[in-house]
Design a binder for this molecule. Structure first.
Ligand code: Z5A
Length: 212
């Protein structure tokens, strides 16, 4: 049995991660690829409950509490959903993962990166994505998209523009094994096709050979 493939979608708010996740789910279904879709924070009963608290604009979270609860939710999701699905040879797609914690709690909140990395490592047991697709978009454009869709009122989304600019800069600077940047100001279909080409190049045994 193959060892599965762990794909993470990242980027600032409104970049199109949820839209891309849906497109990838449809394509996997059409091609008969066994795929599991999750979102962070969330994806288990405990993590969804934590998500409700974390995004509740009435709660007075400190940065350290935010870091610990985001990664507590991640620990539950990794143990109960992601690792079992990968062990079954499935492709797992996650809307956000560890890079979000670096971007929001590290760059955004200003927590020391070594603390962010250590806590994340403890939560994941060292699990890292095989492929990370970072959707690059001007945060102002992302916010406009969200407002147009009637979103933008949760606790993180209410942070000021300088916070979201620090987050966006952290995403733009992201690099490393398996990290790919996609232009998110293209049409949803073009973003999906670009993402699929990356997946085929990185994991032809899971997503089929590229036609390039
Ligand atoms: N967070 C954290 O701080 N630390 C962590 O470790 C983790 C998370 C894991 C989760 O909120 C919050 O938690 C998030 C970071 C924090 N907060 N912020 N800000 P969420 O899951 O509710 O929100 P989000 O991740 O930011 O997702 P979103 O707002 O749903 O945006 P999206 O998924 O990237 O975009 P979308 O829903 O696919 O699209 C937004 C709109 O744009 C929608 O109307 C689409 O139809 C439209 N769209 C999508 N693609 C396109 C293109 N290509 N062109 C034009 N319009 C498009």
């Amino acid at each position: 049995m193959s060892s599965g493939c762990f794909v993470v979608l990242e980027g600032p708010e409104g970049a199109g991660k949820t839209t891309l996740l849906r497109g990838l789910a449809d394509r996997c279904r059409a091609l008969g690829i066994g795929a599991v879709m999750v979102r962070e924070p969330g994806g288990t009963p405990v993590a969804e409950a934590l998500r409700g608290e974390l995004l509740n604009a009435d709660r007075p979270w400190t940065p350290a509490m935010e870091l610990l609860y985001m990664t507590t939710a991640r620990a539950d999701l990794v143990t109960r959903v992601i690792r079992p699905a990968l062990a079954e040879g499935r492709a797992v797609f996650s809307d956000r993962f560890d890079l979000s914690t670096m971007a929001y709690q590290g760059a955004g909140r200003g927590l020391p990166m070594e603390h962010v990395r250590w806590v994340n490592d403890a939560a994941t047991g060292g699990l890292t994505p095989d492929v990370t697709l970072v959707l690059d978009l001007d945060p102002a454009v992302g916010r406009e998209r969200q407002h147009a869709a009637g979103k933008g009122a949760d606790r993180m989304e209410r942070e000021d523009a300088t916070f979201h600019e620090r987050v966006a800069q952290a995403y733009l600077a992201a690099s490393g094994p398996g990290v790919h940047h996609l232009q998110a100001d293209a049409s949803p279909e073009d973003v999906l096709n670009a993402a699929w080409r990356v997946l085929q190049r990185e994991r032809p045994e899971t997503f089929g050979p590229t036609s390039e």
